[in-house]
Write a protein that binds this ligand. Structure first.
Ligand code: CA
Length: 368
């Protein structure tokens, strides 16, 4: 090759390289073009970092960061780090943190209707709950409640699937055996148990194992096999009851302070919403996969898997209906959501008897 040709070719190569660099710079630095700001948020949560529930905050933080090229970041903190585990709603409302991840039913003392955001006893499973929230008018009602009462916007951001019915130091064969029992159980489930004679305790996750192991309480419900084993509950009590009839498909919520939310660019709001959707479905899928393995493991380790008797379930359901009606008669917010929810529940039960239930009954019993 002649020298002139070499110079010419290398000049072309250099120009091409410079063009590539310029293009790359434009595509990797869209903040120059869009002017989207750097936003740093803190997220208070109700959870220890070691358990499955913490995947909700983690997914939101990871996806928001990825989808904004690192310009909007959210740092989740374990329960108790920024604020007590069961006071996340207040921390978000007061603007101590921009957002939180928690279970709305921890706050039924502020408004009993918040129970519907998580779950109510003998209510909906995860699939039905999502149908109600996203397409049955549920989320609209709950966002109005959170907005009006707490200056918060809420998004479903995780679900455990149907939970287990808790750990007991001794066998419970009838409603009578529940009388005087000290049990950790929050929400309306706790109110129902209270009517069945249980001495109800509400403890954060971090306190359950020691309380049960040392006998300060006689029973405790937490989540399901995967998380319960992580807390060591299978080492603190031998009897593991099912089903968790007070938690058919509990939803966890991402709560955002309204002022902080309104300051976000529209793009970041949409990204946060998408990340919350992702947390909602991903957590449920993860639990379904992990729980079956964890249950087999703890049963092999000596846990006695035991079903609630029909009379306990029926007494629980009766007490639940009484609580629903009482709350509805004295709390307008509860009444409004309860009546709308009840209508939806009837429709989806009727549909699911035909499709999901008949299918599940066959494949899990007749055929298996
Ligand atoms: Ca639970």
């Amino acid at each position: 090759m002649k020298r002139r040709e070499i110079i010419h070719k290398s000049a072309i190569a250099t120009t091409a390289a410079a063009t590539t660099v310029a293009c790359t710079r434009r595509t990797t630095a869209p903040n120059v073009r869009t002017g989207l700001p750097t936003v740093r948020w803190r997220m208070a949560t109700s959870w220890p970092t070691s358990i499955g529930l913490f995947t909700g905050p983690e997914i939101i933080a990871k996806r928001v960061k990825e989808m904004t090229g690192g310009r909007f970041t959210i740092k989740p903190y374990a329960g108790g780090e920024l604020t007590p585990a069961l006071q996340v709603l207040d921390a978000v409302r007061q603007g101590k943190v921009q957002c939180g991840h928690t279970a709305s039913y921890y706050y039924i003392g502020k408004s009993p209707a918040l129970a519907f955001a998580t779950c109510v006893p003998f209510g909906l499973n995860a699939q039905q709950q999502n149908a109600w929230l996203y397409h049955g008018g549920g989320l609209e009602l709950l966002q109005k409640l959170y907005g009006d009462r707490f200056n918060i916007i809420n998004f479903p951001a995780g679900n455990t699937g149907t939970q287990m019915g808790g750990w007991f130091k001794r066998e419970i064969k009838s409603v009578g055996d529940l009388k005087g029992l000290k049990m950790r159980i929050p929400g309306l489930g706790g109110q129902v148990m209270s009517r069945l004679g249980v001495n109800v305790q509400v403890l954060p996750a971090s306190d359950i194992y020691l309380s049960l192991e040392r006998g300060a309480i006689d029973a405790a419900e937490w989540i399901g096999p995967y998380d319960d084993e992580k807390l060591g509950l299978n080492k603190a009590a031998p009897f593991y009851y099912y089903p968790g009839w007070w938690e058919g498909g509990p939803t966890l919520d991402a709560l955002v302070n309204r002022r902080a939310w309104d300051k976000l660019p529209k793009e970041y709001q949409e990204i946060f919403k998408a990340a919350a959707y992702e947390a909602n479905i991903n957590m449920l899928s993860q639990y379904d996969a992990l729980n079956s393995e964890a249950l087999a493991k703890i049963v092999a380790g000596g846990t006695k898997l035991t079903a609630y008797t029909q009379d306990i379930m029926q007494a629980g359901q009766k007490a639940t209906l009484e609580i629903f009606e009482e709350n509805a008669s004295k709390d307008a917010e509860f009444k409004q959501i309860y009546e709308q929810w009840k209508g939806f529940r009837e429709k989806i039960y009727n549909w699911n008897r035909v499709n999901e239930l008949s299918f599940a009954n066959f494949v899990t019993t007749d055929w298996a």
